[in-house]
Design a protein around this ligand. Sequence first.
Ligand code: ZN
Ligand code: CA
Length: 388
Amino acid sequence: MRFLLLIILFTFSLLSFGQIQRCSTDEYREVLKEKFMYNSHKKQDKRQFFYPSNGNYDIPVVVHVLYNNDEQNISDDRIFSQMETLNNDYNALNIEINDIPEEFQSVIATVGFNFCLVQEDLNGSPFSGINRVYTDSESFQGFSDGMKKSEEGGVDPWDVHNYLNIWVCDLNGNTLGFSTMPDDLFAFPEKDGIVIDYEYFGVDVSSTSPYNLGRTATHEVGHYFNLEHTFSSGCSDWGGDGCDDTPAVQYATYGCPSYPQESCSSNDMTMNYMDYTNDACMSMFTVCQAERMIDALLTYRTNLIASSNCSVSVDDFVSSNHISIFPNPVIDFLNIDIQNNFVTIFNIYGQKIMYEYILDNNKLDVSTLSAGTYIISVDMGHYKFTKE
Ligand code: ZN
Ligand code: CA
């Protein structure tokens, strides 16, 4: 009887693991490789990378929300929470950073990527960065790439050289998400980008899933910038991820293991974003991983940083020819040195917050804005102000 119970428990645990595919990027690349007969990059490519100590790169993002029902049409707030998670994780500002075991603390990296929603659409008009598209498709098959094709109910990627395209949709089966890698850009520009199931995009505190804190995107963006899984080759070749500061780990780690866990004669860095643990239990990239990503950005994806329609780098964006805007910081009314003109206010993610016509009283009521930094855009340029 006890034996039977064990078998049932074992089968159940296998089944529950089988229900989730934390990441399908490796499988996706196999499909691409077989289908189109091209050579994927060498996994164990380990070389010296250029790592500027004060890296600070803007990455413009367009989020395509493909929805067939209201539930799939996730809120703006969910999307903003995802941008915030990415920005925290890629700048070592995540709350878990102090809990990383001492032996790994010296290799924690501040990658220095700033993600923002694009400010302009393909015609150069002001845009929220969130492209909502209704689809007849109730869900999408993972590797068929239908979500990336308008003729199959998806949406074609925006200029892949200038934008990081993220498709958010209902994925069939067990997959949370998958990404292309940099060398796919040359073989399949029409597929370049990241796909994430709508349930796992952004922070959803009402969800009971252990993948509700936006780390699926953190992980997939790692692939997009050429990172491999830390467990890629088990115990050989530093784990096959081209990084010797991520200890080799024999298998992917699921759940939320306590420290230390040992395999391949060293303690596993289970809290690395490129392992498979729960969202709450992954918390760091290493210096080598940061080097790989920056190298990928500067080698394959340079147009992303050349792209000027990202407003997170607030100071670069702000005009030098001044008009008078005061007081700054402001509490309720902003005085603006213009009359009979339109002004637009963006938040630091490039999201349009306000669009108003200013009459001859030069005053704009900003009392409803929450505290923070904003960009005000008028004919003469862009200006930064702080709302208190
Ligand atoms: Zn992965
Ligand atoms: Ca490694």
